[in-house]
Write a protein that binds this ligand. Structure first.
Ligand SMILES: Nc1ncnc2c1ncn2[C@@H]1O[C@H](COP(=O)(O)OP(=O)(O)O)[C@@H](O)[C@H]1O
Ligand SMILES: [Mg+2]
Length: 368
């Protein structure tokens, strides 16, 4: 008898691994992005990728380069947020020996290194206002001077810019030059967060389980359906990077070739086996209970049990009432029951992300 129902990608209508470069996912949202990417890649136009951290901006930038006639030329990257602002100009445009204290040798900037190739500038929203005119000029005229020199150089660079910030909003607030924004925003690509393309999660999980399994030398044969459901319901604030990291942890923690649920805290990470003959109602009750325990009895909010279970907050509260689920009574409950008139009922309580579920004692104060 198999202890777990195995997640079987062949019976999942949403599972179709796709390979455009190494981009996994078949959601409509991702398909739309990739259609645009394929269309713009062969040109030399500037591409502007917007998306939360970990959504795959850098992967898309590489895909654009690899699908372009520049693929045999360099792909150079620079994260503008990772460089101290006073060093950014020299990083981008280079400097001559003696241009400033510490400039002991000539140095080529990223634009020159990317000549005939592609430059991926991440976090362009962090380019300080003083440097924005020079950026505008190189994008418009392909011309610039290294620091400490008046000699003008020309480059042929395809720019892919990215940011997690709302650049249009920064323009409205006067933090970013409008003309530079328009020059970057030639071909915008909006990468949707993972929670807006949950259909991609099974394919991504399967992909990372295989590739990371190979990397750490652990073969996973089973992904319990319950674990896959939990992964699909989670909101992934860190997007695909977070998913990748959690799968790596789960692969390392696995034994018997079964993927543990990495969303449950350590110690409870092994998904319990429901004994055969368990009813659906019992399973639902157990799953709700276990999820509530895992999140410290928080119902609502991004990291709450409702989100993890893929339920509306009110639906979860209703189900808890139906199953008679209450937070176990602890001494620390005193702070919640401090006011004698405060006897919340489940349905009446406004349960926000940081408010915990009431105990049975709080709901039925006369009972025990
Ligand atoms: N569609 C995808 N398929 C496979 N891996 C992906 C996908 N999108 C992102 N990744 C992986 O997720 C991680 C984060 O992606 P990255 O491009 O660095 O995100 P960002 O630049 O938006 O922060 C990388 O390891 C990347 O390879
Ligand atoms: Mg990045």
């Amino acid at each position: 008898m198999k202890p777990f129902e195995r997640y079987d990608s062949s019976s999942d209508p949403n599972y179709r691994p796709r390979k455009f470069e190494q981009l996994i996912g078949n959601s409509r949202a991702l398909e739309e992005v990739l259609e645009g990417v394929k269309r713009v890649a062969p040109t030399s136009s500037t591409v502007f990728i917007q998306g939360e951290t970990g959504t795959g901006k850098e992967l898309i930038a590489r895909a654009i380069h690899n699908a372009s006639p520049r693929r045999a030329r360099p792909f150079i990257t620079l994260n503008c947020a990772a460089i101290p602002q006073d060093l950014l100009e020299s990083e981008l445009f280079g400097h001559e020996k003696g241009a400033f204290t510490g400039a002991i040798a000539q140095k080529l900037g990223r634009f020159e290194l990317a000549d005939k190739g592609t430059l991926f500038l991440d976090e362009v929203g962090d380019i300080p206002p003083a440097l924005q005119p020079k950026m505008l000029r190189i994008l418009q005229e392909q011309e610039f001077e290294r620091l400490g020199s008046s000699r003008t150089h020309r480059v042929d660079v395809r720019l892919v810019a990215a940011t997690h910030q709302d650049l249009a909003e920064m323009v409205r607030n006067g933090q970013f030059r409008r003309d530079l924004y328009f020059r970057l925003d030639v071909f915008p690509v909006r990468l949707p967060p993972l929670r807006e393309r949950r259909e991609d999660i099974p394919a991504l999980v399967t992909h990372f389980v295989e590739s990371l399994g190979r990397l750490v030398g652990r073969q996973i044969d089973h992904i319990p359906t319950e674990t896959m459901l939990a992964l699909r319901s989670y909101d992934w604030p860190g997007n695909i990077r977070e998913l990748q990291n959690l799968i790596e942890r789960a692969v390392i923690l696995s034994d018997d070739g079964v993927l543990p649920n990495p969303l449950l805290p350590a110690g409870g990470q092994r998904v319990n086996v429901f004994p055969t003959g368990t009813t659906l109602i019992d399973s639902e009750r157990a799953l709700i209970l276990r999820t509530l325990e895992a999140v410290g009895w928080v119902i609502g909010g991004r990291d709450g049990a409702a989100t993890r279970l893929g339920l509306k907050r009110t639906t979860l509260i209703y189900k808890m009432q139906r199953h008679g689920i209450f937070r176990p009574s602890l001494d620390s409950d005193a702070e919640m029951t401090a006011s004698p008139s405060h006897t919340p009922s489940l349905s009446a309580m406004s349960i926000e992300g940081n408010v915990k579920t009431p105990t049975r004692r709080e709901c039925f104060p006369g009972e025990g």
